[in-house]
Design a protein around this ligand. Structure first.
Ligand code: ADP
Ligand code: MG
Length: 238
C-alpha cells in the first residue's frame, strides 16, 4: 500500500496538450474513482502514473518517492484493463503466476500466492482450466488475480468492466469492493459509469478536457457539485 501524489502533471501529444496541470493527493489505502467523458484524459493520466506513458511535465510520487524515472515494474503498480489479454495456452494458475515467474519468485511462493488470490476471487476450482473454458466474468477475475498476486503498492483499473454485460458488471463491482476491503490496496479506478464510481469510491475525481473539475466523496459531489458539468455528470439535482 502506498500514497500517490500528482504534482502539476501535464501531457502533450505533439503541440496538443491533453492534460493541463493535474495535482492530486491520494491517501494510503484510498479507493479513488476517476470519472469523466470519453476523451477527457483518464487513460492518459493512468498510463502516466503506471509509467507506460512519458510525462511531459510534473511529478508522480508513490509512497513519498518521485517515480518519474522508474519503469512500470519498478513502480510496483498493477494495472487491470478492459481487454485482459490472457495467455490462451496457459492454465488459469499459469496466467496468474506468470509475472511472478518472470520476476524469479520461487515456485512454492508462486503457488502460495496464486492459491490465496484464487480463494479471494472464487477461482480455486478453475485453476486448471484454459481461458477459452471460462466465462467473461471469470476471465476478468483471472486478470485481477494476475494483478493481486504481485502484491502491488497501487492498483490501477482502466474501465475493467466495460466489456461485461450489465448483470455481470454489478456482480463484479461488488467483488471489487469486497476485494478492496480485504487487501486495502490503494486503487485508482477509471470508469465512465457514475454508479460504479458512487458505489466503489472513497473519493471521486471528475476530469473534464484534461482538468480536474472537482474532487470529493460521492456524497459531497452529489450534494454540492462544483458546477453544472459535475452536476450533469454525477446526476445530482443541483
Ligand atoms: P479517456 O481515457 O478519458 O477516454 P484518453 O486519455 O484516451 O481519454 O485521451 C485523451 C486525449 O488524448 C484525447 O483527445 C485523445 O484523442 C488524445 N490522445 C490519447 N492518446 C493519444 C496519442 N497516442 N496520440 C495523440 N493523441 C492522443
Ligand atoms: Mg480511456
Amino acid at each position: 500500500m502506498a500514497s500517490v501524489e500528482l504534482n502539476d502533471i501535464r501531457k502533450s501529444y505533439g503541440t496538443l496538450e491533453v492534460i493541463h496541470g493535474v495535482s492530486l493527493s491520494i491517501d494510503d489505502g484510498e479507493f479513488i474513482a476517476l470519472v469523466g467523458p470519453s476523451g477527457c484524459g483518464k487513460s492518459t493520466l493512468l498510463r502516466m502514473i503506471a509509467g507506460l506513458e512519458e510525462i511531459t511535465n510534473g511529478e508522480v510520487m508513490i509512497a513519498g518517492r518521485i517515480v518519474n524515472p522508474l519503469t512500470p515494474r519498478e513502480r510496483n503498480i498493477a494495472m487491470v484493463f478492459q481487454s485482459y489479454a490472457l495467455y490462451p495456452h496457459m492454465s488459469v494458475a499459469g496466467n496468474m503466476g506468470f509475472n511472478l515467474k518472470l520476476s524469479g519468485v520461487p515456485k512454492p511462493e508462486i503457488e502460495k500466492r496464486v492459491s490465496e488470490a484464487a480463494r479471494m476471487l472464487a477461482l480455486t476450482d478453475l485453476l486448471d482450466r484454459k481461458p477459452s473454458q471460462l466465462s467473461g466474468g471469470q476471465r476478468q477475475r483471472v486478470a485481477m488475480g494476475r494483478a493481486i498476486v504481485r502484491d502491488p503498492a497501487v492498483f490501477l483499473f482502466d474501465e475493467p468492466l466495460s466489456n461485461l454485460d450489465a448483470k455481470l458488471r454489478v456482480q463484479m463491482r461488488t467483488e471489487i469492493k469486497s476485494l478492496h476491503q480485504k487487501v486495502g490496496t490503494t486503487s485508482i479506478y477509471v470508469t465512465h459509469d457514475q454508479i460504479e464510481a458512487m458505489t466503489l469510491a472513497d473519493r471521486i475525481v471528475v476530469l473534464h478536457q484534461g482538468n480536474i473539475e472537482q474532487v470529493g466523496t460521492p456524497l459531497e459531489l452529489y450534494r454540492q457539485p462544483a458546477n453544472l458539468f459535475v452536476a450533469g455528470f454525477i446526476g445530482s439535482p443541483a
